[in-house]
Design a protein around this ligand. Sequence first.
Ligand code: 9MR
Length: 458
Amino acid sequence: MAAVSALTAATVALVGLAAPAHAADPVLRDLAAAKGIYYGTAVTSSKLSGTYGAVTGAQFDSITPANEMKWGTVEPNRGSFNWAGADRVVDFAEANGQQVRGHTLVWHSQMPNWLANGSFSNTELRTIMTDHVTTEVTRYKGRIDHWDVVNEPLNEDGTMRGSKFYNQLGESYIADAFRAARAADPAAKLYINDYNTDGTGPKSNGMYSLVQRLKAQGVPIDGVGFQGHLILGQVPATLQANLQRFADLGVEVAITELDIRMTLPATDAKLAQQKTEFKAVTNACLAVARCEGVTVWGFTDSDSWIPDVFPGEGAATPYDAGFQPKPAYYGIAEALGWTGDGGGGDPTPTTGCAVTYAVQSQWNTGFTANVTVRNTGTSPVNGWTLRWTWPSGQSVTQAWNATVTQSGAQATAVNAAHNAAIAPGGSATFGFNGAWSGGNTAPGAFTLNGAACAVALS
Ligand code: 9MR
């Protein structure tokens, strides 16, 4: 029993609160699952709470630590490990029913200084690398769905990048890294991952040849990741065809780091174009049977690498810095089959109300009633006037929590200061005493700020 309580407490702490999206907003992870793919996001582990955590948990079914599993983070000093951030991401994913993309094991960048600047014999370096792969993959064995085993191995012209590993070990470092990863967790899908390989071209051709060579050598490679760091207006027209030709080699494919940057400021026209382009990239994945999913590299503009690296550019993700969905978000949803109202960006806010009218008590000449007004729209109500017509000659004699006046058979209730605002899904209640004689039939219709409400009698 104690163990169960502890688990529940931990789960509650990790599971996000309800996301602050609009009531009618689609859920990307559900739409994606219905289409047979995942929709993921890169995350920053220290931010996985509050609104950031809520949106991450609610909208995505795969997460990738942006930095927490990189060698420089997990082993800053040789033999001394820091798994805190990586653990937090994996725990969050499990609490929220998400997959994890492990990123990344062997990369020329973000290496610890002791490794980047150390001198090692070739044999020693190979052992250091395979030990690192074994240690990290083993730690998360059974908990990582996809590993980016080797990241960014290519130059722009498609030749092999001159990294520490390549320079000392040659191309075989890649095969060794994959073999170590497979041995450590046979269930994880093992990927090679790079940027500027999204469309056909020299770098993509280099990757294609590399994957062919690895397959020919029997290297345990399961997938190819296409990072998808794209520029507005420059989404490669060959994206789908390129994904397909890799799939035809007998590997999975995935878009692993999607963002579409633009020159700031973002305008409505640029954001509309960005919507079209997020939709197109998502559609390209959907059109390729072996495309397993799409991951955006940060879901909010407040958690994007772009402004730091490309001054004057940004707005590259599907949510703005205040966690509001941008047109791009609706473009993704539309590609995933959503048909709601998000054509130009945010769905048009809706208004709606429902009234519950209840007679609490009644005596020979009088009665007491309560009225609850519920906001069933997606936009807030700020100040309200509720009107109804008495069907059998009643009149209001005294009211509370609203000011009620009457003219002929029409009653008008105006909010009190404390219940003027009704949030979407929220309600306000007021009460009154009334007089009746002959009959006390409940009103059959109400209007809120001039618009008819649904009516429930009780
Ligand atoms: O998003 C990551 C950013 O926080 C780091 O500062 C940066 C360091 O190189 O790495 C970013 O992620 C990169 C990813 O690991 C590999 N592909 C390119 C990504 C953007 O630079």
